[in-house]
Design a protein around this ligand. Structure first.
Ligand SMILES: [Zn+2]
Ligand SMILES: [Zn+2]
Ligand SMILES: [Zn+2]
Ligand SMILES: [Zn+2]
Length: 311
């Protein structure tokens, strides 16, 4: 029996074979990309402090290899060329400027200068206007609410990092993601060979409601040794805001159903992390096939849901 096809919000979700890839690896790669992009737009920072002489110091503190700010320990070669401790390993202990052996010489003078400086957050161009002592800056930036988001699209190694509006354009144009207006949904997930499905990720769907964006994930994987399907919602924004929302998911047939109610997880948390924490609607394969009806040779699940704001 086909349950759908009449409601205007009904959406047939095409099966896709996107194989789940390792998300954590691509994340660190994209972080590096972002760092080098950002380094080029840095001059603005010093203008803001109104101190011209700092410009030169700032340049001195830029690692010639990775273009990031150097934090103690700062290293130098016997000729005085400096570089950061990460890059010292990357260049195999050989000075990238004069090719001499780096040895283990610290540049204490520059370390002292670094420690005395106050600098704006590196995400100033994304809206953060705070100023930090040099050594607290790094810590702040790791948790800065304005730091860019990773692309939430699972199943591809996407290195995009940006703010939410840019991310929405990216999802629409580069991943051809479906965007829906409204806070209720009714989706059908179809797979013709459910017994082969392990580590499959369906096309992401994004919902626009309450002036925010949410993405619905659906995928198959092995939970221990049991094949399961899992649906969960993530919020395109930070954790604090995500907690203001709730969502419910329902799946069923033949007068039986499973209901899940939860809090959307921020896309700050990786897709893999949310999946592994099992924070979503989990359907055992046998039950999923029962809900699919027919001869159990095809997965045909209808997932309905709702998003609301918790007062
Ligand atoms: Zn470096
Ligand atoms: Zn050198
Ligand atoms: Zn910041
Ligand atoms: Zn992407």
């Amino acid at each position: 029996m086909d349950l759908g096809g009449t409601g205007s919000s009904f959406k047939e979700v095409l099966e896709s074979n996107l194989i789940f890839s390792d998300f954590e690896t691509s994340k660190s790669k994209s972080e590096a990309n972002y760092n080098s992009t950002f380094a080029k737009s840095r001059t603005y920072l010093d203008g803001k402090n109104g101190n011209h002489s700092k410009n030169g110091v700032y340049d001195l503190l830029e690692c010639p290899v990775c273009k990031n700010l150097m934090y103690p320990p700062i290293h130098q070669c016997p000729n005085g060329h400096t570089l950061c401790s990460n890059c010292k390993i990357v260049v195999h202990n050989r000075c990238p400027t004069c090719h001499r052996d780096l040895g283990n010489i610290r540049c204490l003078a520059l370390e002292k200068v670094a420690e005395s400086m106050e600098l704006p957050c590196r995400y100033h161009n994304l809206g953060c206007h705070d100023i930090f002592a040099y050594h607290t800056k790094l810590k702040h930036e790791q948790n800065c609410q304005f730091r860019p988001y990773n692309c939430p699209y699972a199943g591809s190694e996407c290195s995009m990092m940006c703010d939410i509006p840019t991310l929405m354009t990216h999802l629409k144009e580069d991943h051809k993601v479906d965007i829906h207006d409204g806070f209720t949904f009714n989706h059908r997930y179809v797979k013709s060979n459910p017994h082969e499905v392990e580590n499959a990720t369906w096309m992401l769907t994004v919902f626009n409601c309450f002036g925010k964006h949410f993405c619905l994930h659906f995928e198959a994987f092995l939970l221990g040794t049991s094949p399961v399907y899992m649906a969960f919602l993530r919020f395109l924004g930070d954790e604090k805001e995500a907690k203001k929302f709730r969502y419910s998911l329902e799946v069923g047939a033949n007068s039986r159903k499973l209901i899940w109610q939860g809090i959307p997880r921020s896309i700050r948390e990786s897709h893999r992390k949310v999946r592994d924490s099992q924070d979503g609607l989990i359907i055992q394969r046998n039950l999923a096939l029962y809900f699919s009806g027919g001869d159990k040779q095809q997965l045909k699940l209808r997932v309905t849901g709702r998003i609301w704001k918790e007062e």
